[in-house]
Design a protein around this ligand. Structure first.
Ligand SMILES: Cc1cc2nc3c(=O)[nH]c(=O)nc-3n(C[C@H](O)[C@H](O)[C@H](O)COP(=O)(O)O)c2cc1C
Length: 182
């Protein structure tokens, strides 16, 4: 199968996941790994499966990734799967469910909405935490996790991500998608 993994990443978290995804199948498939800036929409037609990855900014995918998705023609011949990294409110901690929806929830919904509008064969998306940059960490402290103790716990929790388990989970996700598409 011909597969491309496309990503946008400012501080390396989403790039780390993109590389892990690509690495999981590069031996068995014709695999390309590209930064978003190197992509033109019509290039995607060369592939059977396209993975697209973004950081979460303002609770949604970043604008350039949304533009790429919006530029996909109706009913393309290729399959699509997504991935994103985010710094806030890991949903694996139950008490965070509502806050996760508020601060991250649009990422998955944007993939789903555009795929449904354009009749894209969409196979879901992978998410994991990605440590915020220092300025973003300060923003989170000022605006979201204001309590000193909670903020310390938050930083200790988020700092190691994406970690080895995130990488393994991303690779499992990618291989599951490939199985569905094959
Ligand atoms: C401008 C900006 C806005 C962000 N907004 C959010 C947000 O709304 N929710 C969230 O969970 N993380 C947010 N983050 C944190 C990033 O999504 C997270 O750290 C991500 O892993 C960064 O990925 P990258 O290293 O690939 O750029 C934001 C980061 C930046 C720089």
């Amino acid at each position: 199968m011909k597969i491309i993994t496309i990503y946008f990443s400012q501080t390396g978290n989403t790039e780390k996941i993109a590389k892990a995804i690509n690495q999981s199948f590069e031996k068995d498939h014709e695999a390309d790994l590209r930064e978003l800036k190197d992509i033109k929409n019509n290039m995607l037609n060369d592939y059977d499966l396209v993975f697209i990855g973004s950081p979460c900014h303002s609770a949604d995918l970043v604008k350039p990734i949304k533009s790429l998705l919006e530029g996909i023609p109706n009913n393309p011949k290729y399959n699509l799967a997504g991935f994103f990294t985010h710094a806030c409110f890991p949903p694996e901690l139950k008490e965070n469910k509502e806050l996760y929806e508020k601060w991250v929830g649009k990422c998955r919904k944007t993939f789903e909405k555009i795929s449904s509008e354009k009749d894209i064969k969409f196979h879901g998306c992978f998410r994991c935490l990605g440590a915020p940059s220092a300025p973003k960490e300060q923003f989170i402290h000022k605006e979201i996790v204001t309590d000193e103790k909670e903020f310390k716990e938050y930083v200790a929790y988020v700092k190691p991500h994406p970690d080895e388990k995130d990488i393994q989970d991303a690779q499992k996700f990618a291989l599951d998608v490939i199985q569905k598409v094959a």
